[in-house]
Design a protein around this ligand. Sequence first.
Ligand code: HXC
Length: 258
Amino acid sequence: MAYKTLLIEIKDSVELIRLNRPEALNALNSELLCELADALGKADLDPKVRAIVITGSEKAFAAGADIKEMSEKSYADMASERLFAEDADRIVATRKPVIAAVAGYALGGGCELAMMCDFILAADNAKFGQPEINLGIIPGIGGTQRLTRFVGKSKAMEMILTGRFMEAEEAERSGLVSRVVPAKKLVEEALAVADKIAEKGAISVAAAKEAVNRSYEMTLAEGVRFERTSFQGLFATEDQKEGMAAFMEKRAPQFRDK
Ligand code: HXC
């Protein structure tokens, strides 16, 4: 299906999704979020796709939810339309690994979208922020919760109450992003990381993703129990036998997702 707000390419086993509303710095309108949720749902079902990269342009990953679309909404509209909420839930539910490759502005809903991904690779020109306070609102698709878990209460509170932006270097130091790379190399690097993940067995990748994500939702004791059960279950897979045999035979493993 052709999307109006996304450009999609499949490179080897990696799906590259480019947010594409350049006239609005990739502001997330309802159409874009709906198309993105749809594309991720399809990627999850597509056996050719083993990892997903979401990126924007060199100037903007996404400058937030679309202010022009939101400006006339009432409380009743927001509550009844569940604007953004259902699509955000569908995005987070993606089972395959999703990397956010962020260059330029990742503000408001753009920062929140990046944080919904499994990890963020940032370009050296990336700027993160939750400037909703300047519009008389607060983050609405997870920013107060996820930013606080990523960077801690003080920094999250300061950013959300003042609306100040965080540069890439500070974002890396604070644990918001996994790494910073030159802007010109961002997509290449993100695809290389995704390729590396795509080489692994899909069953253990999905288990690892789920276990790490559970750490945000469970107590430590519950999380460790969840991990233990998942770890034990992997010994029922052929990929575990293959991975360990390959190590002992000093060769590369051939995972078959079984
Ligand atoms: C709609 C936007 C937009 C947005 C930029 N544009 N951000 N349109 N919604 N969030 C549009 C501008 O109106 C302009 O269109 C064009 O993109 C280029 O933007 P400029 O402002 O001219 O660019 P620049 O001077 O380089 O400034 C870049 C910027 C600034 C600092 C990123 O655009 C900005 O502050 N944008 C808003 C950031 C923000 O407040 N985000 C949070 C949104 S609320 P025209 O047609 O005028 O040329 C949110 C809530 C999430 O995200 C909750 C979800 C439920």
